[in-house]
Write a protein that binds this ligand. Structure first.
Ligand SMILES: N[C@@H](CCC(=O)N[C@@H](CS)C(=O)NCC(=O)O)C(=O)O
Length: 224
């Protein structure tokens, strides 16, 4: 088997841009890695889609990246594959210490914060002014804000590892949108970080596409 990546066009299988936080992560990672890719947008409200998804992605989940015979599914695997494809894209910070730190907080995001994800599902079209955050989600929010404070202090911001966004910002970006949607009270540092992410041109481009998506997948309002 060849040790280089195929010269094929990359394709990113994603689902709803409004609801799918993992799809957003995969898309931001591809953009940060500066690869050319096409979006393969699968619609969850089409009954044939689940059967189709099974062929497209073994985990049944999106995002999934395909480049010729190279297939990676799950945001974390996609991040690492993209970093292999383009190790100088800045997906990871430069120093070994910062790279280890970056990978660690991406890992926390990837495998944790399940209460936050359940209580505050991503929905870019929604805005809740007086949303009561479930007590079980509060430790997740506190931990996320502590991660951000630590990074911004150590590396100087405005992104988590300094002047340019890395894979960590891609992984945490959907959290910023959730905090905005549900009007979560945040300390000043976290507020500023959310503002940076929400003004990021890539996030704005994604948000515009999400707003143009047909309404309304009501069952996803609670579950995603
Ligand atoms: N840990 C996975 C999570 C992927 C995931 O949960 N994707 C959701 C979309 S946000 C999905 O594909 N759900 C399909 C379904 O529920 O049918 C990742 O890192 O990508």
């Amino acid at each position: 088997m060849s040790s280089t990546f195929p010269a094929a066009t990359a394709s990113l299988t994603i689902s709803s841009k409004n609801y799918s936080s993992w799809a957003l992560r995969g898309w931001l990672l591809c953009k940060l890695a500066k690869i050319d890719f096409v979006e393969d947008l699968q619609s969850f409200d089409d009954p044939s889609t689940r059967a189709e998804l099974l062929h497209l992605t073994p985990s049944f989940l999106v995002p999934k990246l395909t480049i010729g015979a190279v297939e990676a599914w799950g945001s974390w695997a996609i991040a690492e594959v993209l970093n292999e494809i383009n190790p100088h894209s800045g997906l990871l910070p430069e120093s070994p210490e910062a790279r280890a730190h970056c990978r660690s907080i991406c890992g926390e995001m990837h495998s944790g914060f399940t209460n936050l994800r359940a209580a505050l599902p991503m929905n870019l079209k929604a805005k809740h002014e007086n949303f009561k955050v479930w007590a079980g989600a509060k430790p997740d929010i506190q931990r996320i804000c502590a991660i951000w404070r630590d990074c911004l202090k150590r590396y100087g911001g405005p992104y988590l590892f300094g002047a340019q966004p890395t894979m960590a910002d891609a992984m945490f970006a959907p959290v910023c949108s959730r905090f905005q949607t549900y009007s979560v009270e945040l300390d000043l540092v976290a507020q500023q970080y959310c503002k940076t992410i929400l003004q990021w041109d890539l996030l704005e481009a994604w948000r515009q596409s999400a707003l143009n998506e047909p309404d309304e997948l009501e069952e996803l309002d609670l579950e995603f």
